[in-house]
Design a protein around this ligand. Structure first.
Ligand code: SAH
Ligand code: SF4
Ligand code: F3S
Length: 433
């Protein structure tokens, strides 16, 4: 057997792409997965392009692999950086053997078997391709529901690396979710760049119209599925039907990612996000009203070109009003191919750092406030990960990270936990019956 080592950067969609690559190469070719790059015959890096940092990291990473890889071992580059740099990767790193774009994962067998293979076609449609099966976890199953993204947020490179948005046929999604659930995955995690835009466009028109709320209800009818999560929904498409389905379907986990990006309507317009501060607040507060125990996470970009102090304060104001349970905050990073890269009012890096720090300090205060309220609350926790220190970790229905003392007999079970020691990043407690 040939040995395959694969490293994954970026988002959940990349993690699922990695599972597809492993599936294709281990089920249809004679590869097996190894955990040390030194043993590998093929080293694959599944890359991310969303900010500049991971792209720079890629070339230093290739340098490290060149040093440690065994004689004759090959290196392949997949993912979003493969899509956007293409041929340039061969030029900057001649030891690389193939470059395969994010939307071309189904061609990976050809890629490993062809010298200096390159395919970065962003119009390629693999939305109906049935990949072989491989999953990193038997407890939680990622299931793609769309490819690409049809938004053109002015800061974002993703539409240029993953191409236009196409929904995956319902039958494929249901078949995959059912199979995973029957193999032990109590939780199905639906993936797409704009999940709540599901059903707008298929490669061949389905018999009946369908939207994301319908999809949630259909997946929840699979008997073995106990929990459904999804990422990322777009605030623009959070209509009442969607919020009500989210609230009323008991299998849908009560955690919602609402990527704000900016609290300033003026900046949101420059970002081409399609909603205002008021719309975002209206949706978030409606969600809190419909689902009192909901946890809301968000993404915020600071120092987008032209962001004034007042604009930045608007982001802090939304944080104050919504009190997000989790925030992923990023300093704006100028990306090639995007419109915002051409804007002339770019902001000093130093100002970006100051704003990022301010935002994180404020979020820590909010988290301290929120976590005190978790004491003595009972959560239903799906135990997924054994820790080294005799603890086991899992997520509550509303996505809080919970840890208790316990061993592998709890793995893959859902139990009730009383929180005794709530901390900022994890809640500690004990199991009750
Ligand atoms: N489709 C998802 C986002 C995928 S990218 C959505 O719309 O929410 C994940 C996050 O990276 C984005 O939400 C955004 O906050 C951040 N991001 C994207 N491009 C960026 C850039 N150029 N600079 C900084 N952060 C960026
Ligand atoms: Fe990027 Fe916007 Fe698409 Fe999200 S919705 S992937 S931020 S273009
Ligand atoms: Fe994901 Fe990074 Fe591509 S966030 S979509 S892997 S650019």
């Amino acid at each position: 057997m040939k040995q395959l080592y694969i490293e994954t950067l970026g988002c959940a969609m990349n993690m699922r792409d990695t599972e597809h690559i492993i599936a294709e190469l281990t089920k249809k070719e004679s590869y097996e997965l190894c955990t040390d790059a030194k043993d590998a015959d093929f080293i694959i890096i599944n890359t991310c392009s969303v900010r500049e940092k991971p792209v720079n990291k890629l070339f230093s990473e290739i340098g490290v692999f060149n040093k440690i890889k065994k004689e004759g071992a090959k290196i392949g580059i997949c993912g979003c950086t493969a899509s956007h740099l293409g041929d340039e990767i061969f030029k900057r790193a001649p030891s690389v053997d193939f470059v395969l774009g994010a939307r071309n994962v189904s061609k990976v067998i050809k890629a490993v078997n062809t010298k200096k293979f390159i395919d970065i076609d962003i119009d390629y449609d693999e939305s109906s391709y049935a990949f072989s099966e491989f999953r990193n976890s038997i407890h939680k199953a990622f299931v793609n529901i769309s490819i690409g993204c049809d938004k053109k947020c002015t800061y974002c490179i993703v539409p240029h690396t993953r191409g236009e948005e196409i929904s995956i046929p319902l039958e494929l999604i249901v078949q995959e979710a059912r199979k995973a659930a029957q193999n032990g995955a109590k939780e199905i995690f639906l993936l797409g760049q704009n999940v709540n835009n599901y059903g707008k466009k298929f490669s061949s028109k389905p018999k009946e119209k369908i939207d994301f709320s319908d999809l949630l209800n259909i997946v929840s009818e699979i008997k073995e599925v106990e929990r459904i999560r999804f990422t990322s929904p777009h605030p623009l498409h959070m209509d009442d039907k969607f919020l009500e389905t989210f609230a009323n379907n008991p299998k849908v986990c009560k955690s919602m990612h609402m990527p704000l990006q900016s609290g300033s309507t003026h900046i949101l317009e420059k970002m081409k996000r399609g909603y205002t501060k008021e719309w975002f607040l209206n949706r978030a507060l409606k969600l809190r009203e419909l689902v009192p125990n909901v946890s809301i996470s968000t993404d915020i970009i600071v120092a987008f070109p032209g962001e004034s102090d007042e604009d930045f304060m608007e982001s802090l104001d939304v944080m104050e009003q919504v009190k997000f349970e989790q925030i992923f905050a990023f300093k704006y990073s100028s990306r090639p191919l995007t419109q915002a890269a051409e804007f002339t009012n770019q902001i000093d890096d130093e100002i970006g750092s100051i704003r990022l720090k301010k935002l994180q300090d404020m979020q820590n205060e909010i988290l301290d406030e929120i976590s005190i309220l978790r004491k003595n609350v009972v959560y239903k926790v799906y135990f997924e990960e054994l820790k080294n220190n005799g603890m086991i970790a899992g997520r509550s229905d509303n996505n809080a990270l919970v840890q208790i003392e316990g061993g592998k007999e709890l793995l893959g079970t859902i139990g009730k936990v009383l929180i005794t020691n709530p901390r900022r990043l994890a809640l500690y407690g004990k199991i009750i019956n």
